[in-house]
Design a protein around this ligand. Structure first.
Ligand code: AMP
Length: 215
């Protein structure tokens, strides 16, 4: 059983580490950002509502997120745990999540707080390119694909996320500091947070995550 939350600013490497955590521990990866992007792609009502906030780098209102995330946690694949990525993002969401879990005799085992300096986040996010087909992540300088614009893994087209431009990135980081950073204290009080240096190499970050979770 592993019930965990990946906390950290946009660009900290949550998505990349999530892939490795899922592979090692076999829990489903639940990314509210991915769920919203899927809804936008499919043109749903939820997608339309979420898009206007996402494009500005603002948070989607709590009431649109909480039901979405908690109903996902009720699906059978979450019976042996889950990895939450990008949820909760406000203290209110965290409280609602705790209430939901308590009502199901459950709780969060460990919160992984990945920290990276602001300048580095901006460099990472503005240079990020993602595969339209499989979601793999590249970087124009640090992780370039073998062939420009083409995914190494599936041959899909690489695109820049609509919210990875400098203006939106700057706003997303500010929104993180104002609205999501208070969660560090929230989970510090709960006594189940592990601090991870996200500036280290991908392997070292994962090594620290495994130490925090346990084999
Ligand atoms: P992400 O892929 O986690 O960076 O999320 C992309 C965008 O989706 C965010 O900038 C928000 O606009 C929205 N979003 C994702 N998760 C949440 C959440 N838990 N609360 C509010 N907005 C969210």
């Amino acid at each position: 059983m592993l019930r965990t939350i990946l906390l950290g600013p946009p660009g900290a490497g949550k998505g990349t580490q999530a892939v490795k955590i899922v592979e090692k521990y076999g829990v489903p990866h639940i990314s509210t950002g991915d769920i919203f992007r899927e809804n936008i792609k499919n043109g749903t009502e939820l997608g339309k509502k979420a898009q206007e906030y996402m494009n500005k780098g603002e948070l989607v209102p709590d009431d649109l997120v909480i039901d979405l995330a908690t109903s996902r946690l009720l699906e059978p694949d979450c019976a042996n745990g889950f990895l939450l990525d990008g949820f909760p993002r406000t203290v209110y969401q965290a409280e609602k999540l705790d209430e939901f879990l308590a009502a199901h005799d459950s709780k969060i085992d460990v919160v992984l707080d990945i920290a990276v300096e602001k300048e580095e986040l901006i460099t990472r996010l503005t240079g990020r390119r993602v595969c339209k087909t499989c979601g793999a992540s590249f970087h124009v300088v640090s992780v370039p694909p073998k062939q420009e614009g083409i995914c190494d893994f599936c041959g899909g087209e690489l695109i820049q996320r609509a919210d990875d431009n400098l203006e939106t990135v700057t706003n997303r980081i500010e929104v993180y500091e104002a609205q999501t950073m208070p969660l560090v204290d929230y989970y510090e009080n709960a006594g189940n947070i592990a601090h991870i240096n996200g500036a280290a190499s991908l392997e070292d970050v994962f090594g620290d995550i495994v130490k925090a979770i346990g084999e």
